[in-house]
Design a protein around this ligand. Structure first.
Ligand code: GCU
Length: 681
């Protein structure tokens, strides 16, 4: 049995005998230079991983003259004799980067894992272990790697009472009640898992959290967590509720231009940094969905963000100011609001402020075109916010491999500086030459035994981390790594499951929101279909606002003749989206309101096309289920059964989506279902 707790760090004995003997002859022992906790953790991880995968204990040795050893060290601690072997490799290597190199020294074979700072040794150790986990050879290595982004963060939407907003894997893993004294083993395992993919920061609290977390009673607990995470290279961040000076500071206002307010935040920052010298900074949701913010005082986002930025600047902290804003006062098109509110402020934020932008302009839908803010603020570092937890994609019940979604957004071309100005280049700072870079992923972690509720949701945590490290990695390569590390290296299994995962994202789009439909999920909880809801007090809370189905057709006209959201894109993209014929069909109804008999590229009418997509989604889930059943022999019973039960629910619910949406939309289309689409009953 395997309950999934060990995630992608299973370290099972290598099954391929040729490889096993190759590993055994290349790795006999480990030599460690340096004594920091991070180095100790690296050595322990190597010992654990190698011993597991080689099926025999790999000891530490201090004898640098032995043959076939792994040497781990930071550059500064390295035995002087080794230096000439690698010195040239270190020109231009960033701080967290590492080198893995096979060398000969006095006729002995060594594998060096060397970094500039200790944390790079830990990253390098995990990278080396991954080579064995994925059944690659480990001779003649010469690997140099470093993260492309500086801040690679998880955002926990965890509340102090341990509920998790949009969390579907149990309760929060932060046990505030028992902190600071009681250090749950989970905290250590959490840090280890994150470090293994290069995540280096965590926001502990919900963007909607109250100010309590900033009181001394809680800061003491936060400090305890920071101490656990530090040797794993992970910094702690907190959400800062804008009204905190009133709620916990007894001030009468939270006006960012009020000197008392400014001083309050400065004192608060000082208090935090005295406890946690490497505290990362603040994440802020202001003037969005009822959260307080500078606009309550007729100030703007710049006033608010810069005030907090000044408070943390003396200590090297940053502020991540979220761009997820929309208000009931501008009901024409919610998709336009963040851009309208933020782009005019480009260049006015302090240099330790990042504006955090969701991947799309609405809200973490199964598919959204990339957010038009990317590329539009050349003088402001923008950080990408992805959602790892599946708020609109079947919670932790549906199998959906999200790196495919992330990749689509990162590879999208903004045309900000002509062709090839991808979102990835905006994010990594290369397009506009800025060095403050980052990515945030809304965590899917809870206290379920397997961390994420669904075993395959672990792949979304893993894949998010890998893409935050390098946004140019392919989703397919990441899936393959994950499968090999988590389940098996059997080629048949790897190929089959990889294909299933890669397809799973399009499948969920097919049975939930094909052709650019969006936000037609059940209101509030966002689980299951509810395109008919129309009675909520704010127009943009109602699904009918997004699909606009009527006797003529369906879709949201965001072109010049409609809300003109297309004008927020650079001209090449605007031109493409402004006409139905040039809009990729996957985004069609996001931008256009089209007649039911509109001709699709495959000659079907729009109505037929929609119906076929819903059916295709159902068929594909059925295929996932049968594929999984065929792979039974490669999988332990516990994980096999868990996933099978979830797939059965997913199949039932894909049908629910198909039946509900088609039955509802058919009232408007008044057209028959095409052959092959099962009639809803
Ligand atoms: C979505 C989500 C909320 C969340 C919000 C945010 O609207 O449903 O629960 O608070 O996003 O990102 O702030």
């Amino acid at each position: 049995a395997n309950n999934g707790y060990d995630l992608w760090l299973q370290y099972k004995k290598t099954e391929n005998n040729n490889l096993l003997s190759h590993y055994k002859s290349t790795v006999k022992s480990i030599v460690v230079f340096g004594t920091s906790k991070t180095i100790e953790i690296s050595a322990r991880e190597l010992k654990k991983g190698l011993s597991g995968m080689l099926g025999q204990t790999i000891p530490k040795t201090s004898n640098i003259e032995s043959d076939n050893v792994i040497v781990i060290s930071s550059l500064s601690n390295l035995e002087k004799n080794f230096l000439p072997l690698i010195e040239n490799d270190f020109v231009n290597l960033p701080d967290e980067g590492f080198l893995i190199k096979s060398v000969k020294y006095r006729n002995k074979n060594l594998t060096l894992i060397i970094s500039k700072n200790d944390i790079g040794v830990l990253y390098g150790s995990f990278a080396f272990l991954r080579l064995l986990q994925t059944n690659q050879r480990i001779d003649n290595l010469n690997i140099k790697d470093a993260p492309r982004l500086k801040h690679r963060l998880l955002n926990h939407w965890d509340n102090p009472d341990r509920t998790v907003e949009r969390g579907y894997a149990g309760f929060s893993i932060w046990n505030w009640h028992k902190l600071p004294e009681y250090i749950d083993q989970r905290y250590i395992d959490y840090a280890r898992a994150n470090a293994s993919v290069g995540i280096n920061g965590t926001v502990l609290t919900n963007v909607n959290a109250n100010a309590l977390i900033l009181t001394p009673e809680y800061l003491e607990k936060v400090e305890a967590l920071a101490n656990v995470f530090r040797p794993y290279g992970i910094k702690v961040y907190l959400t800062a509720r804008f009204s905190a000076p009133i709620q916990i500071g007894k001030l009468e206002t939270a006006d960012p231009l009020d000197e008392k307010v400014q001083q309050w935040w400065k004192n608060k920052a000082k208090e935090i940094y005295e406890r946690i010298p490497d505290f990362g900074g603040f994440l802020v949701k202001a003037n969005s969905e009822g959260q307080p913010g500078p606009q309550n005082y007729r100030r703007n986002h710049v006033d608010g963000a810069n005030m907090l930025a000044d408070a943390v600047a003396p200590y090297g902290g940053i502020v991540m100011w979220r761009a997820f804003v929309y208000s009931e006062h501008d009901p024409t098109d919610r998709a336009k609001q963040a851009y309208s509110e933020f782009v005019p402020y480009d260049g006015q934020f302090r240099n330790n402020v990042m504006v955090q932008v969701k991947n799309g302009a609405i809200d973490f839908q199964p598919r959204e075109p990339f957010h038009p803010m990317f590329g539009a603020m050349p003088h402001t570092p923008l950080t990408m916010e992805f959602q790892i937890t599946q708020e609109y994609l079947g919670f932790s019940t549906h199998l959906v491999y999200l790196p495919k979604l992330y990749e689509e957004v990162l590879q999208a071309d903004t045309y900000a500086q002509g062709k090839g100005s991808t979102v990835a280049k905006v994010i990594d700072g290369s397009l506009h030459n800025n060095s403050l870079t980052g990515m945030a992923g809304v965590s899917n972690i809870g206290n379920d035994i397997n961390w994420t509720g669904h075993h395959f949701a672990q792949a979304n945590w893993y894949g998010y981390g890998r893409l935050a490290w390098n946004p140019y990695l392919s989703a397919e390569k990441i899936a393959e790594e994950w499968i090999r590390c988590t389940f098996s290296n059997s080629e048949e299994f790897v190929d089959t499951i990889k294909r299933m995962m890669i397809k799973s994202r399009e499948t969920v789009v097919n049975y939930m929101t094909p052709y650019g439909l969006h936000h037609i999920m059940g209101t509030g909880h966002h689980y299951g279909p509810a395109p008919w809801v129309s009675n909520l007090p704010r127009p943009e809370w109602n699904p009918v606002y997004y699909h606009k189905a009527d006797g003529y057709g369906i879709g949201f006209n965001r072109t010049k003749s409609g809300s003109n959201a297309t004008s927020q894109y650079f001209p090449e993209v605007e031109k493409m989206y402004d006409k139905a014929k040039t809009t990729p069909e996957k985004d069609l109804l996001w931008f256009h309101h089209l007649p039911w008999d509109y001709k699709l590229k495959n000659e079907l009418t729009l109505w037929e096309g929609i119906a076929m997509k819903y059916q295709q989604g159902v068929n594909e889930v059925y295929e996932m289920l049968t594929t999984w059943e065929k792979m039974k022999k490669y999988i332990d019973n516990e994980r096999y059964n868990d996933v099978k039960m979830s797939l059965e629910i997913q199949l039932k619910e894909a049908k629910w989506w198909r039946d509900a949406c088609l039955l509802y939309f058919q009232q408007f289309s008044e057209m028959p279902l095409p052959d092959g689409v099962h009639a809803p009953n």
